[in-house]
Design a protein around this ligand. Structure first.
Ligand SMILES: Cc1ncc(COP(=O)(O)O)c(C=O)c1O
Length: 389
């Protein structure tokens, strides 16, 4: 079956954060929502079918994670990422962000250091701060339109830290870290006895020309590594809230399990279970079509901005459906930039400043939407920028 990503699917009044929280977030409903990271596309039919099938049995009691769910996940990662996971290594969790909080508590004591690499997804900051661990920032470096890690600085940070939260692929800058970079990170972690929590939630969303490397595929049994994955971004089921942690090391696994159990986090939701399994079991062909559509979206945005809005430079993404727009040439301060896009362009995006150091002057645009919506948003931005001159 061929997916129709151009199908119009109104999401207003469905309790969607992206649509129904616009008034609260932007002060108006009159913006095209291109912010929070979900897509405006219908999920693969296999997922809808699995959910309806589960709903057709009218008892929704306490549930467990069936063997078939683990099997589907293991097969997915073996097939798509050539990564072999053992069933015993997997811990289920209600999401990647709760997993980051749990990992902060399990692997660092209060006041101990956790490294993050800004600009980065805001919960990387809050999961450290809210658990009262110490935030250590290892900012990414932007060079010739491409981000890289500052490995020398990371080495210095590691001397004073217990944990590194790695975002791989990286939200918002769209980097798919290459093998050499990941090997270097692993070597630093080994030298400083650092535990790495690698958030690979965007690992399925990688464009041709780049290849995602699972850090876990490079690690040995001695490495202290936890990998967070989920079908939530890939298949647009983030609202169902279910993810997995892969923890080969028994001591780390025990530590995390204890934190999760202290919060009674082991509960399975029968709908999340049905969707998670169907996604990994049957979602492959849909994902391939999605990636082709998203790639055309980003190519379109890239060409459009180059030809019509040269003041805004697109950092070419290697993965994710999030574009990182360098708006510094507009010459606006962060609060002016935010107001400009809301009030003049009427496009609701995430201000770069909310991703920490290095985000100032940037905006994050979610292109997980119909081409027609993307075209309209870019046209509105183009007109607003022209009027600035
Ligand atoms: C890097 C990254 N991690 C985690 C999440 C959210 O994960 P969850 O909804 O499972 O908490 C997102 C959502 O945008 C993300 O970009």
């Amino acid at each position: 079956m061929t997916a129709d990503f151009d199908q119009e699917l109104p999401r207003e009044h469905t309790g969607s954060v992206k649509f129904d929280a616009r008034q609260a977030v932007f002060g108006t409903d009159d913006v095209i929502p291109m912010w929070v990271a979900d897509m405006d596309f219908a999920v693969p039919e296999a997922i809808s079918r699995a959910l309806m099938m589960r709903a057709s049995h009218p008892v929704f009691g306490y549930s467990l994670f069936p063997d078939s769910l683990y099997e589907a996940m293991i097969r997915w990662f073996q097939t798509r990422q050539e990564w072999t996971i053992e069933r015993d290594w997997i811990l289920m969790a209600p999401g990647v962000v709760p997993s980051l909080h749990g990992a902060a508590m399990a692997f660092a004591g209060p006041g101990e250091g956790i490294i993050i690499q800004p600009p980065v997804y805001p919960p990387f900051f809050s999961s450290v701060k809210k658990t009262r661990r110490r935030l250590i920032e290892n900012p990414l470096v932007l060079e010739n339109g491409r981000y890289r890690m500052d490995l020398d600085h990371l080495e210095r940070c590691a001397a004073d830290a217990r944990v590194l939260f790695l975002c791989s692929p990286h939200n918002p800058v769209g980097r798919v870290w290459d093998r050499n970079e990941l090997e270097a990170v692993l070597a630093i972690a080994r030298r400083h006895d650092l535990t790495i929590v690698s958030d690979d939630v965007h690992c399925d969303l990688v464009y041709p020309g780049a290849t995602h490397t699972m850090l876990a595929g490079l690690a040995t049994a001695q490495d202290k590594l936890v990998t967070a994955v989920a079908p939530s971004k890939t298949f647009n089921i983030a609202g169902l809230g279910l993810s997995a942690l892969v923890v080969p090391d028994p001591t780390l696994r025990h530590g995390l399990k204890q934190v999760f159990e202290s919060m009674h986090m082991a509960q399975a939701n029968p709908f999340s279970v049905a969707a998670f399994e169907a996604a990994y079991r049957e979602g492959g062909p849909w994902l391939d079509e999605l990636l082709a559509y998203l790639q055309e979206n980003y190519r379109f945005a890239c060409d459009y901005l180059r030809d019509h809005v040269p003041q805004i430079e697109l950092i070419e993404p290697q993965g994710t459906y999030l574009l990182w727009l360098d708006c510094r040439k507009l010459g606006l301060a962060d609060d002016e930039l935010k107001a400009f896009f809301i009030q003049r362009a009427k496009v609701g995006m995430n201000p770069g400043s909310s991703f920490g150091e290095g985000g100032s002057g940037f905006m994050r645009m979610n292109i997980g939407t119909r081409r027609a919506v993307l075209v309209q948003a870019l046209d509105q931005i183009q007109r607003a920028v022209s009027a600035l001159r």
